[in-house]
Design a protein around this ligand. Structure first.
Ligand code: PLP
Length: 430
């Protein structure tokens, strides 16, 4: 009998918790504490403009590990996204094309600079921007494309960069879920103009909160540094003449966080290898189940496997998605943290369905910056991105169990739970 109907579970022993901080991080933090200098930034001209020794060392190591000229840390990736968009000096009312199937900050970061998101659909295979949909979304107000590498799998960069080149658009990459994922052998993040990564607690590696921008462009790097740290006080000493968006804020990472980040970065290649192994194991263990299509990473790309997505077809399994998700989870030990949830459905509601876009209210109550734009009335209508809506409503489940510190036998228990539920499909439909 299914556990959800009172039968015994496939597994009772809790999954091992994810432990992220070790002795190296504790020692690094203690050293900063002993120095008493928890941040060495100064919001004016001089040496402190770029932060203290650990912030700089972390940025140098990050740039080297990812193969970009510049790495610029921020206090979150949401503020990192704002910084990236600000650095491009777009005008209020300009349009940025992005996917709706992503974390909300991907799109809302633009609104702070008056730039309005226009949503293009995602591909059903990898959940990245669909180049054909992007092409259709281009107008004479389009200035940028925001690419998202969802669940750690690189989007179709060659085709997207080609569209950008033909229409003279800037390209930002939201690689929050894809650190060291590669496309054509190169880490994603700065393959367009600039982009970056999140260091929040849930990401592959973290500093509690934090973000890192990468770019090969010296001018954009400086503009990001200005926005991060009160650029208005620095522009003259740096001889910056184009003042657009150089007023800054305080998006600075502390020395404590940078010290942790230096140690975390050393762990990243091992984390990717562990996830790759578990993902390969899961994909082959799940092969052949009707109605369940595990992610297949296209040739030439390496995923960072933020989560492991599985396409779901309720007509083939014979079980509505929410009943399937609940029944599989009931077969496994109750999660103690969000990272231990065996199966989830849908990921996130397409962003244009959120109230900010439906009502076009973002900054102030008068509709700015939508009021500056020439968006058609139906720009955010339901049905705008059918693939994203279908994935959200029906077509996708994902698991967080293909992650370190779990091992292949944990993944096997997940697959046993899935098989048990599939075998008892009739019980769920009574
Ligand atoms: C986590 C995440 C963000 C936001 O990062 P924070 O560091 O939490 O601000 C943005 N985009 C995507 C795709 C993310 O996964």
């Amino acid at each position: 009998m299914l556990a959800i109907h009172g039968g015994s579970r496939v597994r009772d022993v809790p999954f091992a918790p994810r432990i992220t901080m070790g002795e190296a991080e504790r020692r690094a933090v203690a050293e900063v504490m002993e120095s008493d200098v928890l941040s060495a930034y100064l919001g004016g001209p001089g040496d402190g403009f770029l932060g203290g020794p650990r912030v700089r060392e972390f940025e140098e190591r990050w740039a080297a590990a990812f193969g970009y000229r510049h790495a610029i840390t921020t206090n979150s990736w949401s503020t990192g996204l704002m910084t990236c968009i600000g650095s491009l000096a777009l005008e209020p009312g300009d349009e940025m094309i992005c996917p709706p199937y992503t974390m909300s900050a991907t799109a809302t970061a633009a609104l702070f600079y008056g730039v309005v998101p226009v949503f293009a659909d995602v591909e059903p295979e990898t959940f990245g921007l669909d180049p054909a949909s992007v092409e259709k979304a281009v107008t004479d107000r389009t200035r940028a494309i925001m690419v998202v590498h969802l669940f750690g799998t690189p989007a179709k960069m060659t085709a997207l960069l080609d569209i950008a080149r033909r229409h003279d658009l800037r390209v930002i990459e939201d690689a929050a879920q894809a650190p060291l994922a590669t496309y054509d052998g190169r880490p994603v993040g700065g393959q367009g103009d600039l982009g970056g990564f999140s260091l929040n607690y849930h990401k592959h590696i973290h500093t509690g909160e934090g973000g890192v921008i990468v770019t090969d462009d010296d001018d954009l790097a400086l503009r990001c540094q200005l926005i991060r740290n009160h650029g208005e006080n620095i522009v003259e000493s740096h001889g910056v003449e184009d003042l657009a968006n150089t007023i800054g804020s305080n998006y600075r990472l502390t020395e404590l966080q940078a010290a942790i980040g230096i140690e975390q970065l050393k762990r990243l290649p091992g984390i990717l290898d562990a996830r790759q192994q578990l993902a390969d194991h899961l994909a082959s263990a799940l092969a052949g189940r009707p109605g369940l299509d595990p992610l297949v990473v296209p040739p030439g790309r390496r995923s960072a496997y933020y989560g492991f997505p599985i396409r779901y077809d309720e007509h083939e399994t014979g079980i509505p998605r929410s009943a399937f998700v609940d029944a599989v989870n009931a077969e496994l030990p109750p999660p103690e943290t969000a990272d231990q949830i065996a199966l989830s459905g849908g990921y996130t509601r397409p962003l244009y369905l959120n109230p900010a876009f439906q009502q076009r209210v973002a900054i102030g109550s008068g509709g700015w910056p939508f009021s500056e734009s020439q968006l058609p009335d139906d720009a955010y209508a339901a049905g705008t991105c059918p693939t994203a809506e279908d994935l959200y409503e029906r077509g996708l489940v994902y698991t967080m169990l293909a992650r370190e510190p779990l091992d292949p036998s944990d993944v096997d228990d997940f697959v046993r739970a899935v098989d048990k539920v599939l075998e008892h499909a009739d019980d769920l439909n009574r």
